[in-house]
Write a protein that binds this ligand. Structure first.
Ligand code: GNR
Ligand code: NI
Length: 169
């Protein structure tokens, strides 16, 4: 199975705004399978195409305990959001950093599935957090953008130091 390389903050390519998916072809199916494999291997509960340097509106997620409920959302839109929740988030593109982020508690989503069929559903809790986090990636936004500039700078320095140390180990 093809594993994809995940871009890491502050890589400027993570700031790219994704374009809609137009073709539900063999290439798209291969990309989706590679994204799912990369997400499960990481391991992560979600992955946006932006993170693997593909700038299309596509995300995958699986918040199930057994890791057997893959969700594929293409050209997703949040049509309704209510309430608020705070969750300690992490991100495969910001490894080792965790911070509280406030988001909507409940969302209604409209999207296409991997075959281009329309899907519509409501969700809350962790899946709602995950979908909002992934949809942020598709517009070039990272969870550290919700932190103060000072904290974000501390995150950048910590990652820089982690990378320096890792390259010596
Ligand atoms: O694996 C992930 N865990 C996570 C935990 C709390 C809030 C959001 C997430 S998403 C993250 C994977 C990732 O970076 N997706 O973009
Ligand atoms: Ni992320």
């Amino acid at each position: 199975m093809t594993m994809l390389t995940i871009l890491e903050f502050p890589d400027p390519r993570l700031r790219t705004k994704a374009q809609p998916v137009m073709a539900f072809d063999v290439a798209l199916q291969g990309l989706i399978d590679a994204m799912l494999a990369t997400m499960y291997a990481a391991p992560g509960i979600g992955l946006a195409a932006t993170q693997v340097n593909v700038h299309r509106q596509l995300l995958v997620a699986d918040v199930s305990e057994e890791k057997n409920q893959p969700l594929v959302l293409i050209n997703p839109k949040i049509t309704l959001q209510t309430g608020q929740q705070v969750y300690q988030e992490g991100c495969l593109s910001v490894p080792g950093i965790y911070a509280d982020v406030e988001r909507a508690d409940r969302i209604e989503v409209q999207a296409l599935d991997r075959h281009g069929r329309p899907v519509q559903f409501g969700t809350d809790g962790l899946l709602a957090v995950c979908i909002q986090h992934e949809m942020d990636h598709l517009v070039g936004k990272l969870f550290v953008d919700y932190l103060s500039p000072l904290k974000r700078e501390m995150v950048r320095k910590k990652l820089e130091k982690q990378r320096r140390t890792a390259s010596v180990a």
